[in-house]
Design a protein around this ligand. Structure first.
Ligand code: ATP
Length: 582
């Protein structure tokens, strides 16, 4: 397939904000694909050359990309930089410079999707001495043969800045339409994706006519199951009758894969974290008594001697690129395992939770890893006592699991229900929003050129981001500088296609970063588009940012519109609120 078809599709996608139109544009592209190129096409549309969990990134710094543009167009670095400054985006700068190109291309052979993919993969895999020069050469060779429009998108991929505004749900719908003419394959595609987290391979299997589009495989992360909310134990027992209530500890989620002595660890957004946690790898090797296993767990800084759970501020210090070993020594992690999805050659996801748990208990030895503390009960008083105890021991609350339920990969459902501690006058749960724009500061904030941001939640049905709040507090001066710097790099001239907003921030940004917000209440509001029916949507009252950027969450992992609606309904009940106020 010629790369120009990809570039033209990308251009059309960027222009539209209608989901139906996006599905149509994409399905037209997918119809032209075949079993040999569909996988590459899907990864390229995601701006990648491999699924995220493989950790293969094209990644080149701006300076090196500028150099490649300079070599291929004959313009000086200073001229490339000037065009970049003027356009605000290197992709558009490359488009303009290729258009005005001084040198004539040596080869006029058109670029193909396959060829571009293979070269980008080569760039990703080039390392060691002289690797930057080799990468620049590979990119400038591609740019030499590129049309202006092709250059625009080519340049954005190594900058991790492609962002065509299509999420996975839209891609899955388009695949179904391309193959079947309607969305009847969507469910099957989604199930396969949830098990394998690799849409490229799922699409390839689909085009090859395989019976199974995706399955659980070791070292291929499973999309995590997620919890719904209730805000009192009685409501939970209405749904579960008998429930297995686990502690809900506040660390970070780790999906552990093990085969013999080989161990891999994946984050909530399915990135490979193995090298960040060498201590956990050792614990798993020694104390998980199974040859093959996939385990779901929460990792936490924990004092093994006293059994004290450390607050999240300690645990988060373990997320670092440098000084990994020193920090591991200072703040060792403990693994609290709460589920098992695979054991010695067999998928366990269709077994009831109570049975998965028994299997988990059998293979977990102590020392650095234990099964999450829990009770099984159908008694309200007992559940209330356990919830109270959870707060006393420093947990966030409980996650109650239906003992009969299967592991629903990639789904938020009432099989798991979280119940968190809440304070009077405050929402029981925090909300994760995607930043879609920011405002210049006024008064004292003017010097930072940052006064706050516009936050949106994710609409799963439409695959777009809808605003829910304007946040102007909770961050330090240092954080303001950091946010402004990060957001400046992803600003866009116009509102991004996938953002639905009635408010116009001073600067629009690509929906990339997720932050956690605390608020007092969810209110109805004419200003925001989240859950909007007629003239009213939902907004947060007294929002303030907590913590840092949530780099463990992708934009699509932000709180969803349906969760906001659910939380709005729940806030009317206040049964357990503040009984445990600290
Ligand atoms: P949150 O921000 O509340 O952690 P989330 O969106 O990451 O929410 P949810 O499914 O809503 O995910 O809440 C469950 C989360 O709580 C898991 O992602 C996991 O990290 C954490 N957790 C802690 N203890 C448990 C447990 N016993 N069972 C399941 N998840 C647990």
């Amino acid at each position: 397939m010629e790369f120009s078809v990809f570039a033209e599709t990308a251009y059309e996608l960027e222009k539209t904000s209608s989901r139906l139109a996006m599905i149509e544009i994409l399905s037209k592209l997918f119809k032209q694909a075949d079993k040999d190129n569909i996988q590459k096409l899907i990864y390229l549309l995601q701006g990648r050359v491999a699924p995220p969990f493989e950790g293969i990134e094209v990644g080149m710094g701006e300076k090196f990309v500028e150099k490649a543009i300079s070599i291929s167009t004959g313009y000086t670095i200073a001229q490339v930089e000037a065009a970049f400054r003027k356009k605000g985006d290197l992709g558009s700068a490359a488009e303009q410079l290729v258009e005005k190109k001084k040198q004539t291309a040596l080869s006029s052979e058109p670029l193909t999707v396959e060829g571009v993919f293979d070269s980008l993969l080569k760039i990703a895999k080039t390392s060691g001495e002289g690797s930057q020069d080799k990468k620049i050469k590979l990119l400038s060779d591609l740019l030499n043969r590129a049309s202006p429009l092709e250059a625009k998108y080519l340049v954005r991929i190594p900058l991790a800045n492609l962002q065509l505004g299509v999420g996975d749900p839209t891609m899955m719908d388009a695949l179904s339409v391309a193959v079947k003419g309607d969305n009847s394959l969507r469910e099957e595609i989604e199930r396969a994706y949830n098990l394998s987290s690799d849409l490229g391979t799922v699409a390839k299997n689909l085009y090859e006519g395989k019976r199974k589009l995706g399955e659980i495989k070791l070292f291929n992360p499973i999309r995590p199951a997620l919890a719904e909310r209730e805000n009192d134990p009685a409501a939970i027992l209405k749904r579960h009758k008998t429930t297995i209530a686990d502690l809900k500890l506040d660390g970070f989620r780790l999906q552990i894969h093990k085969k013999g002595d080989r161990v891999m660890l994946f984050s909530r957004r399915l990135e490979d974290m193995t090298h960040s946690f060498p201590d956990v790898v050792e614990i798993v090797k020694k104390n998980v008594k199974a040859d093959e296993a996939i385990i779901d767990s929460e990792a936490l800084a924990y004092n093994e001697a006293t059994g004290e759970i450390y607050p999240f501020q300690y645990t988060i210090q373990r997320k670092r690129k440098h000084g990994v070993a020193e920090k591991a020594e200072e703040l060792p992690l403990h693994i609290f395992a709460f589920d098992i999805m695979y054991l010695d050659g067999e998928s366990l996801i269709d077994l009831p939770y109570k049975e998965r748990r028994k299997k988990l208990e059998k293979i977990i030895k102590k020392d650095g890893i234990s099964v999450m503390e829990s009770i099984i009960t159908s008694d309200l008083k007992e559940l209330e006592r356990f919830f109270k105890k959870s707060i006393e021991v420093g947990a966030e609350g409980v996650v109650c699991k239906d003992p009969e339920s299967i592991y629903k990969a990639g789904m938020r459902g009432f099989n798991w229900i979280k119940l968190k501690r809440s304070y009077k006058g405050e929402l029981a749960d925090t909300i994760d929003v995607v930043i879609v724009g920011y405002f210049y500061g006024k008064g004292a904030r003017a010097e930072f050129k940052f006064g706050g941001f516009l936050g949106a939640v994710y609409d799963e049905d439409e695959d777009v981001f809808r605003t829910v709040t304007r946040v102007g507090s909770g961050f330090s001066e240092e954080m303001m500088v950091k946010l402004r710097e990060m957001l400046e790099k992803i600003k866009t001239k116009d509102k991004p296609a996938r953002v639905d907003s009635l408010i116009e921030p001073d600067v629009w940004v690509k929906p990339m970063y997720v932050v956690t917000i605390k608020a007092d209440e969810i209110t109805e509001s004419p200003m925001h588009t989240a859950g909007r029916k007629g003239e009213t949507g939902y907004a947060l009252r007294f929002p303030r940012m907590v913590g840092d950027i949530r780099d463990d969450k992708r934009p699509e992992d932000a709180t969803t519109v349906s969760e906001i609606i659910r939380m709005f309904k729940l806030q009317k009940h206040t049964a357990v609120q503040s009984s445990t106020e600290a």
